[in-house]
Design a protein around this ligand. Structure first.
Ligand code: AMP
Length: 563
């Protein structure tokens, strides 16, 4: 008889893992940073002007006070609390305090037109708005157009807020007063890790903007994805240029305290000279942003004849990295570029481009070609390509298909929708067309969704077309994106004329001026006899894009700063 014979038999249910079931929540990230990286600095170019310095310990103390203050304002778990704000330490405090009490931090994109912002707030039913003083105009529109908002708090002190008037019966509080009234100690509660923590609307779809509701669990896991694929540990001083209203600044505000990285926040000064100075003064080692912001930095580096002295690495996503940009960063200034792709619906990271060791010995032009691909798969994001009939395509670097994804930080359903946004077998269709090679590098080759991304912000081609078609001299209109040196894509309005006279660009722009945001206005128009139509009578954008593949904007349009 062996010893095992004495043992009672194991029942199937006993083979569950025997590890603690601790919820993945946001607040403990900052508590950890306060305890183990308490004196790690967080530096902000403040909205008021001067450089502001704090550290994780101080921040954590203020976040507790803010949590108490939010509760005193009557904010309850599940309530949506809106922010209209740049990247600053105060915005970070809001991220942690709002989600920490179980409410939802709803970041608004100030670049959207006021009526869209009001639509979004009404959809979210936000109960409070925290806004930077530079967005007083936007806050005024919200005070008039979004009745659910009960509290208006200006992200500054009383001295900068006293003169601020939004609407007759609206009382504006100063953030520093609000926080000052909060009791100092708050014990962040534990709750279900699947509770919502933050909300961000995307316009990268057709129709009205749609809300993507992130959970505590998805945000914590996504932070691990970021830190596993881009340096954001104790050796880093990280500067997120990507705004905190763009998909939680790609997760940097969570991943940095988790890894103990120091944060440098640029506030509203995103031009090349300001970024250069801040990076240089504060010894920034890594930064994150869309291609458009880097054009300014590269111009300043060239003017200065050097890079910000400590800058080693940049993560570039949101739009494709142009070859000239990769070359400027890497060859001219010795700064490593990691291209990345993702979506609001994906928290956002989908792929990050890092070279596998075996590829690092390739000739430099072959390496550059690889680095211009959007990137390599990361753990937590499964990808597949499917053709028009839903057949799964091989990852051979040749077959191009609809890119579909699945993962723990990928959205299943839009906020308020009553059906899932996934395929029947549970994948999310990104609206991008791509190839994936045998090493896992994904390359976007086209876009099936009918939108244009200019300087990192979406332009709805459908809305622009509808507005243009109400012009008396336009019978039909279609809008496609064409390359632009600064904004990467700008809208080209393609017109079938009505009547005998071609409308001029100025005339069309003037006509559209009060119908769409200024930066949507087309920089050029083109005339055709007829638009290519598909079997169902819809304009075939793919055919139009290929007809205009060689089109280049006129020089004056390339210089325009419309976006
Ligand atoms: P958003 O939800 O606003 O972040 O936009 C996501 C979309 O932006 C993607 O589906 C792509 O169409 C586009 N995009 C993001 N990153 C890249 C990239 N690196 N290259 C090309 N397109 C990109």
């Amino acid at each position: 008889m062996t010893a095992c014979d004495d043992m009672p038999p194991l029942l199937p249910g006993q083979m569950r893992g025997l590890m603690m079931d601790r919820p993945l929540l946001i607040a403990p990230i900052l508590r950890f940073a306060a305890e183990f990286h308490g004196d790690t600095p967080m530096i902000t170019r403040s909205i008021e002007g001067p450089i502001h310095r704090t550290d994780y310990a101080t921040l954590h103390a203020r976040v507790q006070q803010l949590a108490n203050a939010l509760i005193d304002l009557g904010i309850k778990p599940g309530d949506r609390v809106a922010t209209l704000a740049w990247n600053t330490w105060r915005h970070i405090e809001l991220y942690y305090a709002i989600s920490g009490i179980g409410a939802v931090c709803h970041t608004l994109n100030p670049r959207l037109p006021p009526d869209q912002i009001c639509y979004i707030i009404r959809d979210a039913e936000d109960v409070a708005l925290f806004f930077d003083i530079t967005f007083a105009e936007g806050a005024r529109a919200i005070a008039e157009g979004a009745p659910s908002v009960r509290h208006f708090v200006a992200l500054s002190d009383a001295a900068h807020t006293d003169q601020l008037r939004l609407a007759p019966k609206i009382n504006v509080r100063a953030y520093e007063d609000v926080i000052g009234n909060g009791a100092p100690v708050y014990d962040f509660p534990e709750f279900d890790e699947n509770a919502a923590a933050s909300l961000c609307y995307t316009s990268g779809t057709t129709g009205n903007p749609k809300g993507v509701l992130y959970s505590h669990r998805s945000l914590v896991l996504h932070s691990y994805t970021l830190s596993a694929n881009f340096p954001i540990g104790v050796d880093e001083t990280a500067l997120p240029v990507v705004p905190m209203f763009h998909v939680n600044a790609w997760g940097v505000p969570y991943a940095a305290p988790m890894g103990g990285a120091s944060l440098v926040m640029p506030g509203r000064n995103l031009d090349g000279p300001s970024l250069f100075k801040l990076m240089d003064d504060e010894a920034v080692t890594s930064a994150h942003g869309v291609p458009t912001v880097w054009m300014g930095l590269i111009a300043t580096m060239r003017a200065e004849g050097r890079k910000p002295h400590a800058l080693r690495q940049v993560l570039i996503g949101g739009a494709a990295v142009p070859e000239a940009m990769l070359d400027a960063f890497e060859s001219e200034f010795g700064i490593e570029v990691n291209h990345a792709w993702g979506m609001t619906e994906m928290s956002p990271i989908g792929v990050i481009n890092t070279l596998k060791p075996k590829l690092q010995t390739l000739p430099s032009d072959a390496q550059a070609k690889l680095k211009l691909k959007q990137g390599r798969g990361v753990f937590g994001v499964e990808m597949r390509l499917v053709d028009a009939d839903g057949r799964v395509l091989p990852h051979d670097g040749v077959a191009a298909g609809q890119l579909q994804v699945r993962g723990f930080a990928i959205m299943r359903r839009y906020f308020r929708s009553d059906s899932d946004a996934t395929t029947d077998d549970g994948w999310f269709d990104t609206g991008d067309i791509a190839t994936i090679d045998a090493d896992g590098y994904m390359l976007i080759t086209d876009r099936s969704k009918d939108v244009i991304k200019s300087g990192g912000e979406w332009i709805s081609s459908v809305m622009l077309e509808n507005a243009a078609m109400s012009h008396p001299a336009i019978a039909q209109a279609a809008v496609i994106g064409v390359p632009h040196p600064n904004w990467l894509e700008r809208p080209l309005l393609i017109i079938v004329r009505q009547g005998d006279v071609d409308p001029t660009l100025d005339d069309v722009r003037g006509f559209l001026a009060d119908k769409v945001p200024r930066w949507w206005l087309p920089d050029a128009i083109a005339f055709v006899e007829a638009l290519p139509l598909g079997a169902t009578g819809k304009v075939q954008k793919t055919a139009l894009r290929s007809d205009f593949a060689a089109y280049r904007l006129p020089e004056e349009a390339e210089r325009a700063v419309g976006a």
